[in-house]
Write a protein that binds this ligand. Structure first.
Ligand SMILES: [Zn+2]
Length: 226
């Protein structure tokens, strides 16, 4: 299974990615993780990325496209299947991705759009708490610590990230929806867009996804047997 994961912050992409990894042994390719790794290892690319981050600028599209190109080039892991997270971010990148994958002979199966409503996203993100010492994540309703504001793991203090407030989340959601529209349209046109209701919990989303995959397989077999 070769897929792109789409969804705004708070849609539960990270949780679903972990479940997919366990269930299908998929290779999780996250541009955020790659960039952090490169910066940590102070590679040539990492240093370049660092310059943008220091200036508070976004890493340019071409740089991110180049990273994906290099990651996928002659990489045997492509065959085992992958889920791409954080890429493409624009319609142009979606086209670039198709070019990269067709060169490797491993075309994309579909794009999974995790569509969540604003109230659900607000609930998930405003309730999030993070441990100051070890970074463990909690949620005041879905995953509360045993003792209020204290980390179960290390006893550290829990806090709310400044950008997990309602106003910032509303803005981020607007920006996301607008910038993602061309990508959604692109995959729709190719008949490769699968939309799941990400208001549901990740386990239910996975079950829904499995049934979509099953139907897909059946219709392919049907086509092939004709
Ligand atoms: Zn902790």
């Amino acid at each position: 299974m070769k897929i792109v994961l789409l969804g705004p912050p708070g849609a539960g992409k990270g949780t679903l990615a972990n479940l997919l990894k366990e269930t299908f042994d998929l290779w999780h390719v996250s541009t955020g993780d790659i960039l952090r790794e490169e910066m940590k290892n102070k590679t040539k690319l990492g240093k370049e990325v660092n310059r943008y981050v220091d200036q508070g600028a976004l890493v340019p599209d071409e740089v991110v496209t180049e990273i994906i190109k290099n990651k996928f080039k002659n990489n045997g892991r492509l065959q085992q299947g992958f889920m791409l997270d954080g890429f493409p971010r624009t319609g142009v990148q979606a086209e670039e991705l198709d070019k990269i994958l067709s060169k490797e002979g491993q075309p994309l199966d579909f794009a999974l759009y995790m569509k969540a409503s604003l109230p659900v996203i607000l609930g998930r993100l405003t309730g999030r708490r993070v441990c100051r010492s070890c970074g463990s994540l909690y949620h005041i309703i879905n995953k509360p610590p045993k003792k209020a504001n204290v980390c179960d793991e290390c006893g550290g203090e829990l806090y709310q990230r400044p950008d997990d407030n309602e106003e910032t989340i509303r803005t981020r959601m607007k920006v996301y929806t607008k910038s993602t529209k061309p990508i959604i349209d692109y995959y729709k046109k190719q008949n490769k867009l699968k939309t799941v209701n990400a208001d549901l919990d990740a386990q239910t989303v996975l079950t829904v996804l499995m049934s979509i995959l099953d139907e897909n397989k059946k219709s392919h077999q049907h086509k092939n047997s004709r």
